[in-house]
Design a binder for this molecule. Structure first.
Ligand code: ADP
Length: 541
């Protein structure tokens, strides 16, 4: 016997239909690279997306075709997300910070048909277009005055928007994102309509983004990074106002927070570092620049001092853990039931961990050496973190069917422990763990403690070969500008924060650390740089 309810496929165009119907006049603001600002509304976004659907059809683009974007955050980019899926296509957001070889590989692997880009990335197009035979249409979102490239407004302006979305099945693909691939080629994650709508519905809840119709969201997380954490989809549900900045300048961001009444923001920890520095330079703090109530921070571990400063300014910090392969939400800062009874110190301690899972995903840790052994949720035993759920990857784009992990658990490549109340704490990536004398040392905890030092801007811990202990940690630090700090200062600072045997054998200072295309510290490159490094500690025979 079947149930007796209606069929209403979970397709992402329903999201925009809803926002345009229920919140037609709710506006979005874009601050462009040239300093100008434009405004649009949910109603207009839908009309423009429908026009783009017609423009795509006219260009011969249809169901399943890949429509790529190489762009920063702005409202035309938002339109293009819905235009691409509206034609039944697959939106492919490309990270412009990747290296040419990776960009070359990704566009060819995805077989992109159309590429929409920001004028600032014109040099990338000029360098690589000969290597991209599948791309037949290039459209510039913001063509400079007098240039002869096809502009977005001109392209969609040739149509009237009087059309319907192309019909698709909820299991059809709607979006393709590549992981930055620190080893080997980048891998594509192919989201489907159903997984995306479920993820969006989960995202708005108080335990995650905590949206309602009064919310004003300034996403600092780029639209090309991990589906912008699902925000362009989830924001439709309560009809939030988006405030976009096409430039990542802390001064501009602070101005937007203040002038546009921003209540919510989302970004990786480093963007907050820049904001803090700017605020310090103008003698202000976060509470002085408007109404920020929720900061969603993830992508890498959010340091304790950052959480403390934001919380002291009355901001709720939702510490999000996730990955491109998980759409990306895995956990966020869901409050425990006893939150109100906790001391401020305990709250900071808790928020420094990676939060608890949202309904829709399940987490577990297994033994690093024996994956068949599930570990207890005791807050002590670290293991390989696995995840499953309807918005978790089944297999990579174009991977063999037999690479499917259906019904099984996806291996995240992270090392973590889970507490009895479900709180997740990340300790490392499997590739980055430091094993000393048979015991694990958490590089993440060492780094977090180190950046708590007032003179340290960034820190990374890596394992160095040691004849007696196999590996010992060293800490590679970048000092804040104008600060005089020594390795001994850092060790003294760490002494009451980590176990004695975790203390790094050496602290080295560099001008900058290597970063990946998504702005994270590249441990692989750092290890390469320190390949010939030798410890001079007494034990190192
Ligand atoms: P990429 O792998 O391309 O850098 P992802 O954004 O998919 O892009 O990276 C996901 C990884 O980032 C996770 O597996 C984890 O190692 C790390 N990460 C994400 N969020 C956090 C967090 N809150 N704390 C620590 N690490 C995090």
């Amino acid at each position: 016997m079947l149930g007796a309810m209606q069929d209403w496929d979970l397709v992402v165009t329903h999201l925009l239909d809803h926002a345009a119907r229920e919140y037609a006049a709710r506006e979005h603001v874009t601050h462009w690279a040239d300093g100008s600002r434009t405004r649009t509304t949910w109603g207009q976004v839908k009309r423009d997306a429908l026009k783009m659907t017609q423009a795509l059809r006219a260009a011969g683009v249809g169901k399943g075709d890949r429509v790529a974007t190489l762009a920063m955050n702005h409202a035309r980019h938002l339109v293009s997300w819905y235009g691409a899926v509206g034609v039944g296509g697959v939106l492919h957001t490309i990270n412009p910070r990747l290296f040419d070889e990776q960009l070359d590989y990704i566009v060819n692997h995805a077989e992109d048909r159309v590429l929409l880009y920001d004028a600032q990335f014109q040099p990338i197009i000029d360098r690589l277009r000969d290597r991209w035979p599948t791309v037949t249409t290039y459209v510039c979102f913001d063509p400079p005055a007098g240039s002869d490239v096809l502009g977005f407004e001109e392209w969609i302006g040739a149509h009237d928007g009087d059309t319907e979305w192309t019909e698709v099945d909820e299991r059809d693909p709607c979006m393709l994102c590549y992981t930055s691939g620190t080893t080997g080629n980048p891998k594509g994650v192919l989201y489907e309509h159903r997984s995306t709508v479920l993820h969006a519905m989960a995202g708005v809840q108080p335990n995650l983004f905590d949206f309602d119709s009064r919310s004003v969201m300034l996403p600092i997380v780029p639209m090309f990074h991990a589906a912008s954490w699902g925000l362009p989809w989830a924001g439709t549900i309560p009809g939030v106002k988006f405030v976009y900045s096409a430039v990542n300048d802390p001064a501009v961001l602070c101005e937007l927070f203040e002038q546009e009444g921003v209540t919510h923001s989302a970004g990786v920890p480093t963007v907050w570092l820049g904001m803090f520095q700017h605020l310090d330079s103008i003698g202000k703090d976060v509470r002085d620049i408007g109404k920020l109530g929720t900061a969603v921070i993830g992508g890498s571990a959010c340091p304790r001092f950052m959480i403390e400063r934001l919380m002291k300014n009355g901001v709720r910090v939702a510490h999000l853990w996730g990955m491109t392969e998980t759409s990306p939400i895995g956990t966020a800062g869901a409050y425990p039931w006893n939150w109100d009874d906790m001391s401020f110190e305990d709250k900071i301690e808790l928020v420094s961990k990676q939060g608890r899972s949202a309904f829709g995903v399940e987490l577990r840790c297994v033994d690093l050496d024996d994956p068949s052994k599930e570990l207890p949720r005791d807050g002590q035993t670290a293991g390989a973190l696995q995840i499953r759920g309807p918005w978790v990857i089944k297999r990579y784009f174009k991977a063999d069917e037999d690479a499917t992990v259906e019904g099984q658990w996806f291996d995240t490549g992270d090392v973590a422990l889970i507490y009895p109340d479900g709180t997740l704490q990340l300790t490392d990536r499997t590739k980055d763990v430091i094993k000393s004398g048979g015991e694990w040392i958490s590089s993440v905890e060492l780094e977090n403690a180190a950046v708590g030092h007032p003179s340290i801007a960034e820190a990374a811990a890596i394992g160095i070969y040691h004849p007696k202990w196999d590996e010992r940690p060293i800490l590679v630090c970048v000092a804040k500008q104008g600060c005089n700090v020594t390795g001994d200062d850092v060790i003294a600072h760490l002494r009451d924060k980590v176990a004695k045997w975790w203390l790094p054998d050496a602290v080295e200072f560099v001008d900058e650390l290597p970063h990946t295309g998504t702005g994270k510290i590249s441990k692989k490159d750092l290890r390469d740089l320190f390949r010939d490094y030798r410890l001079v500690s007494e034990d190192a025979a």
